[in-house]
Ligand binder design. Structure first.
Ligand SMILES: CC(C)(COP(=O)(O)OP(=O)(O)OC[C@H]1O[C@@H](n2cnc3c(N)ncnc32)[C@H](O)[C@@H]1OP(=O)(O)O)[C@@H](O)C(=O)NCCC(=O)NCCS
Length: 194
């Protein structure tokens, strides 16, 4: 019997860097080795739903090329965006979550990760971005509206999952934001924050 070697990919170090004052964050594709730390990070980011570690591991392996991780100067993951192309509409990138560690919020890490994802994927044919946001999550709404405005793209919203019907009253509504089209020719400048 031939046993396949487990394929643990080394973290991909290429990618964009986000600078905020004297802090530098590496933005890169996640790998299976990041799964556990990503799970810990998401736990520190309410109101995000906490997935199983297995789901985080799948995000970091099967969806690594459409997802992004930010690590601080010590190599610790402080930001994570799992995302994937819609299976039936691969021009559309669906952003599952945006998680930024509390200690590095407000310095552009979230926005930079989203822009780096678009920088990576628009040349590969992504034209639209979708995500869901709860009406009470003002920070997330402001983050995505800022992204859309910087790329000068239109967006629409509609209810995707109802708090009552889909979540049995145990969760807020999830509104779908659909934005685009994104083109390679439109690339906003990186902002530096201090
Ligand atoms: C929402 C979240 C991802 C933002 O990440 P961040 O790295 O702090 O955001 P940035 O510093 O890149 O901010 C970019 C823009 O988003 C908006 N924004 C971010 N946080 C905000 C807040 N708390 N209140 C209002 N607007 C906010 C602002 O427009 C900001 O631009 P500005 O600073 O020039 O005004 C982060 O607060 C977080 O992880 N929250 C918990 C999890 C969550 O709710 N995730 C989003 C749902 S999927």
């Amino acid at each position: 019997m031939i046993r396949e070697q487990s394929q643990h990919s080394p973290p991909k170090q290429h990618g964009r860097v986000h600078r905020a004052g004297n802090r530098i964050f590496k933005l890169r594709e996640p790998s299976d080795r990041d799964g556990r730390q990503v799970a810990e990070l998401v736990k520190r980011c309410p109101p995000l739903d906490i997935n199983s570690l297995y789901a985080n591991l799948l995000q970091c392996t099967h969806f690594s090329d459409t997802s992004i991780l930010a690590e601080d100067g010590n190599g610790k993951p402080v930001g994570f965006i799992p995302a994937y192309r819609l299976p039936a509409l691969p021009q559309t990138l669906f952003v599952w979550q945006v998680a930024v560690a509390p200690e590095v919020r407000g310095i552009g890490v979230g926005l930079s990760m989203l822009e780096a994802l678009l920088e990576r994927l628009v040349p590969r044919g992504v034209r639209f971005l979708e995500t869901t946001i709860s009406p009470r999550n003002a920070a997330s709404q402001a983050l995505f509206l800022k992204l859309f405005s910087r790329y000068r793209v239109a967006f629409t919203t509609r209810l995707l999952f109802s708090g009552n019907d889909h979540f049995g009253g145990k969760h807020d509504d999830e509104e779908l934001y659909h934005a685009g089209p994104f083109f390679e020719s439109v690339t906003p400048k990186t902002e530096e924050k201090s």
